[in-house]
Design a protein around this ligand. Structure first.
Ligand code: SAM
Length: 283
């Protein structure tokens, strides 16, 4: 019996929905950027929230972290230099570094406290932080991208919070122009793009802004994500180059990733779009 425990609830006024977990708060702090809270849940392990929004839980983070990294990495012909914008819990960095073809992975997180708390409550996500290929940089991803050496990056992964507060500028044409400049000729960007059920308007706007910035093609992929609004999430890929995405789905290489959700079938399935989404994106 755990009736003494309370519930964490994330209400979404704009969609008339809410998500709850039975949980007790164990930590709360206001950083210069945002309010971070840690909860001990009854069935999902640890939960981190930022400004009241769910970010990462022990139980279901593998879905998001694997699908933010492996489909894009295996769609690029030769991803050597990877930059993660945001991603302070380090779970995406861990997945990226499972790929032997990646020579360097730089995580650019604005709020160092997210990473310090992840080290404490989600140590399994931080297990590759000491990999010699990893660099942890703490600063604003928008400025970092402005200053990046032109043509120096193969894949940019934007693992940010929702498009409000410090992440707002990561969702527009201005930022995508800086990304294009920083990317090499085969360069690609993948960005978390919210729920295909609740936020289709935002996804459309993102794809439009990516194309207006000069990316010649955009793709949506989708996957389950229990703790995010609607339980169904997406990522958007933008490519500098025309032509089909690479599909490096070698069974042995995928088995070596030791992933829990990702495999060749879930890779292909993630790019299969529902009819209404196809219509909305003109895909
Ligand atoms: N998986 C999560 C989601 O979709 O809700 C995102 C998790 S990750 C913890 C998001 C990170 O993006 C946060 O740690 C936040 O500090 C970081 N972030 C937000 N704006 C940023 C910016 N402008 N530059 C770098 N990092 C930023």
């Amino acid at each position: 019996m755990t009736l003494d425990r309370s519930w964490f609830t994330e209400p979404m006024e704009s969609t008339g929905t809410a998500f709850s977990l039975k949980a007790e708060k164990v930590h709360e702090e206001q950083t210069p950027y945002q309010k971070i809270e840690i909860f001990k849940t009854e069935t999902f392990g640890w939960l981190m929230t930022i400004d009241g929004c769910t970010m990462v839980s022990t139980r279901d983070n593998f879905l998001y972290h694997e699908m933010m990294s492996h489909p894009a990495l295996n769609s690029h012909p030769n991803p050597k230099n990877v930059v993660i914008v945001g991603g302070g819990d380090c779970g995406t960095l861990r997945e990226v570094l499972r790929h032997p073809e990646v020579a360097s992975a730089t995580q650019v997180e604005i709020d160092e406290r997210v990473t310090r708390l992840a080290e404490q409550y989600f140590p399994e996500l931080c297990e590759k932080n000491a990999d010699p290929r990893a660099t942890l940089f703490f600063g604003d991803g928008i400025q970092w991208m402005k200053d990046a050496k032109p043509g120096s990056i193969d894949l940019i992964i934007i693992d940010s919070t929702d498009p409000v507060g410090p992440a707002e500028g990561l969702f527009g044409k201005k930022f995508y122009l800086d990304c294009i400049k920083a990317l090499g000729p085969d360069g690609m960007l993948v960005q978390q793009s919210e729920s295909p059920l609740l936020h289709l308007g935002l996804i459309k706007e993102m794809h439009q802004a990516m194309r207006e910035a000069g990316f010649v093609q955009t793709h949506l992929l989708h996957f389950p994500q229990v703790i995010y609004p609607s339980g169904w999430w997406s990522a958007s890929i933008a490519c500098k180059k025309a032509g089909p995405l690479a599909s490096r789905l070698d069974e042995a290489a995928i088995a070596a990733l030791d992933a829990q959700f990702y495999n060749a079938d879930t890779h292909r399935a993630a790019f299969a779009l529902p009819t209404y989404v196809r219509k909305a994106l003109g895909a």
